[in-house]
Design a protein around this ligand. Sequence first.
Ligand SMILES: [Zn+2]
Length: 741
Amino acid sequence: MRARNVLKCAAWALALSILLASLPLYPFPEAHAAPVPSKLEGFSATVVGDVCNIRSGPDTTYSVIGSVTMGTTLEVLAYENNWAKVRTGSLTGFIAGWLIDVDLGSRGVSARVTATDVNVREGPGTDYRVKSMTGKDKVYPAEVKRGAWVRVTLTAGGSTGWISEGLLRLEFAEPPPPPSDSPGTASPSVPVQGDLVVFPVRDTLTIYANAIAGSAVVARLTRGQSARVMGAEGGYLMVETSGGLRGWVYGPDSKVVSPSDSGLQFIVSQNSWTVGKYPVSTVTATDVNFRGGPGTSYPVIGSLDKGDTLWVLDTSGDWKQVVSPKGQTGWVAGWLTSSTTQGSGTLFTVSARANGGDRTLTITGPFESAVVIPSPDKRSVIVSTSTFFNTSLELPVNAFEFDSVKVATSDVTVRFREKANYDIVEIAPGRVELRFTPVVTSLDVRSSGNTDILTIETVGYAWADVKREGNLVTLFLPGASLANEVPSCSGRSVKNVTVSPRDGGVDVAVLTTGPLAYQIKHTANSIQATFGVSGLVGKKIVVDPGHEANDPGAIGPTGLAERNVNWEMAARLVELLKQAGATAILTRQSLYATSEGPPGFAPIPGQYSHSLSERAAWSQGADLFISIHNNWNYNRSIAGTTLYVCDKNPNAAESRRFASLALSELTLALGTRDMGVRDSNFHVCRESMSPAVLVEVMFLSNPVEESYLRQAQTWDKTAQSLYRAVQRFFGTGTSISVPGI
Ligand SMILES: [Zn+2]
């Protein structure tokens, strides 16, 4: 939830001028700006105020000529006295510097501390808490500049803080880029080190904070700029810019190359890795100038040696834009290089498919023959082909069973994260197909306290689709097979466990003495299922992730959307409730879905909000309704957890009882400030037909809490806390402890 009346940013300016007028007149060291900002021409900036005025001049006395909203990207044309001249679309004008974050991180800007005993604060102002101290000549990667404050990266782990710009000198690692309206001139070069670098496939490549869709934007690479590959997860690659800024890029938007052979290129996606050979050219003269643009009037940015292999990106007249063996982008005179080879395009495609029981790895390419060589430890497989590479390239994958894909000499080597078991389905000219078949080797049930722990040992990564019908819980292991005779077993509350092959996998059937809660854990080469007594069997609990498709809810200072956080928390809570035997219902089915009413629900015409009445309608016949939100306030120092109920609701007393339990669990686990259980008129609390609460977990407007809200650990802790509160609310509890506590 957030305040409905949106204040104009001009009000902030007014408040600030009143504040300044009331300050004593002696010097106030943290408020001075350093005289460097003219260098910011061509940098990009993001609007951080809700709705901000664009004016005809650099002062609030100038007339308003337009407005921009939070998250809008602006091009900086000039920056002086904490006002920026900016352009967005056809609008050019001035905006106050404290309403925008100028992106320094993607340009490799460093901040050198110029004074002794300098405060590093949690936010851009002296009203923010002092986080640590720093001293003269310390140098940090600069991330953004907001007004007279600069956010810097303090540690390799990504911890950040704000330092007054008057106590810093910004050091620019590269010349300012050319104006964007004169394309074809030099691209800024970003020297990189390491085995693999990424370039944008199109004009820009967005670096995200997390490897998930809808994550906040950290920085952008423009054409010709690159970043180092640090790791991978699914279809995302973790990268580091030359300025030390880390984030994630989406594989299909990225070209991955090895500077040692720029012609060889990977494209990574969620489930396929394509290796291609692209146009290259060789330097034919000694000591050749490497320039910033296509002509001798451009500055020399390096030198190239005879025999250097260059990956050709583009040409302009007789000049070639190339990537050097060091991974640097620049221009070279075409007459000092060999003619450009025709790129043969895609060489190999290595693709994985995970579709229920069908999990395969396919390698296709221009080879006449191939041999599949398994490693004795089952941790990798080599497909040796008749096509020859003269360099090697290894790409981290870290998805499904796969750790990495490597191409070297004539071999494609696939490394697995755990021991893997597979069958060879096909070896033909141009095509090799393997099918993954985890093997179940043993079953074991161990009783511990009130729980029975079932361990299914496998060779190869296996996972379970779980179904419950009364006292029978069935774990289906797609693609799995049985090693040999696996004897059935039993425990105390687990009466009998049997394993049997079925089409496309293996069924593990668990018959229990009564309705039990369960918890599944996938470990290396095993699946562990814990069964125990639960007081939640038969309970119907509605979980309502606040906001939806076209309504992101509150937005944090660095752009995190409330809708996404609410969804992550709600989805985790529902999973825990289901495992405990409850009937748990979500009011929207995916992150970007709109909320839906229960089957047959017809909203009353003219009702206040269609979406909210759809959500509340799920409470029919439910035992509890939990709406999950995160808070927002203009005052960014406000932080904490609040529980809302509606005292007009007939179930108000029970709602308050659950709210108190939830508040104590959440503040304990998250370490947040207890802001109490409050009466409200929120639609879902008022109209719910069951006890109902609306929880505001943290404040997205608070920079520190926003950073917590980005972390999966916070989503887990929130779900676990609410789950414990549900257990306490229904009294009987469960013998299964929540994981991760
Ligand atoms: Zn909300």
